[in-house]
Design a protein around this ligand. Structure first.
Ligand code: NAP
Length: 287
């Protein structure tokens, strides 16, 4: 595994394992176990995924020491706010049966995110979490958060893939020393990406799969990725990207695939704010 340093010196694996849509506990636990076996050391979950217990259980039962594993979970919109964030963090730790987290992210830029951020600064200072960050923050939201708090996010996890390359967001994150982490790094398999002609041509030339070309492209752009797969052979395939290099011309060809917007979710639209604020993961009181 290779690592990059966050601005506080904490090292984060450049490829991790995503667990979105792995709500079945047995399957999730098995997949995380297989991923650990394959060499993954970063696991990405979220309170809203409903699988924190399973991820925690797989990590606890692994032969890999806890300190070698980088665990991320996320605060859901319903729990944004100072007090509710502190409680939600405790609830996540309890579900995972773990002592500390490596990265805690504000999942969505909705709700009382300023209260949430102050609580996260406190959790970080108290040592309950080794790094804090945000997710789905567009450049103006990110800059505003940075300019109104003592601590900047260490990571911003956003949708990035060849069809939505997020050039401006990456430039802003670089300016602020924030590490970009791509969700949907393989575009969730949309637009038949694994058979795209540009990627297939490059893959053929390198004797690699299109998934490896995409993940290598992210790596060369300095983007941390968290691809999800339930298949063991693909887990291994997705990690095996460190022994070849894409040329400048190949990077440019993939650059040409950008359509400049998301076809999955638009965080700048009012209906996204309405929809995500409506998703409740527990009753009025945290369990
Ligand atoms: P993704 O990783 O881009 O794509 C997953 C899809 O690609 C699955 O259909 C998987 O199928 C397929 N796949 C994976 N490796 C492959 C390979 N080598 N060859 C062919 N197909 C392959 O999408 P994602 O799961 O949405 O994103 C990754 C992670 O980001 C999530 O799991 C989650 O942890 C995080 N995420 C965060 C947010 C957020 O709002 N912060 C949103 C979405 C996701 P199989 O499983 O059948 O192999």
């Amino acid at each position: 595994m290779q690592y990059v340093s966050l601005y506080n010196g904490v090292k984060i694996p450049v490829i991790g394992y995503g667990t979105f849509q792995l709500a079945d506990a047995a399957l999730c636990e098995q997949c995380v176990g297989n991923a650990l076996e394959a060499g993954y050391r970063l696991f990405d979950t979220a309170a809203v995924y409903g699988n924190e217990e399973a991820v925690g259980s797989a990590v606890r039962s692994s032969y890999v020491p806890r300190k070698e594993i980088f665990l991320t979970t996320k605060l859901w919109v319903q729990d944004a706010g100072y007090d509710s964030t502190l409680k939600a963090f405790e609830a996540s730790l309890k579900r995972m049966k773990l002592e500390y987290l490596d990265l805690y992210l504000i999942h969505q830029p909705f709700g009382d995110i300023y209260g949430a951020w102050r609580a996260m600064e406190r959790l970080y200072r108290e040592g309950a979490v080794r790094a804090i960050g945000v997710s789905n923050f567009s450049p103006e939201r990110l800059v505003d958060l940075c300019m109104n708090h003592e601590l900047k996010p260490m990571v911003n996890q956003i949708e990035i893939h060849p069809f939505f390359q997020q050039g401006e967001a990456l430039r802003v994150m670089k300016d602020y020393g924030i590490v970009p982490q791509a969700w949907g790094p393989l575009s969730e398999a949309q637009r038949d990406i694994f058979h795209h002609k540009v990627l297939s041509r490059i893959a053929q030339k390198h004797g690699r799969t299109t998934a490896q070309i995409i993940l290598r492209w992210h790596y060369q752009r300095g983007v941390v990725t968290i691809p999800k797969t339930i298949h063991q052979n693909r887990m291994t395939e997705n990690l095996d990207i460190f022994d070849f290099t894409l040329t400048e011309k190949e990077m440019e060809s993939i650059g040409g695939m950008d359509i400049g917007h998301s076809e999955m979710i638009d965080h700048r639209c009012y209906y996204t704010a309405r929809q995500l604020n409506s998703v409740k993961i527990h009753g009025d009181m945290l369990p």
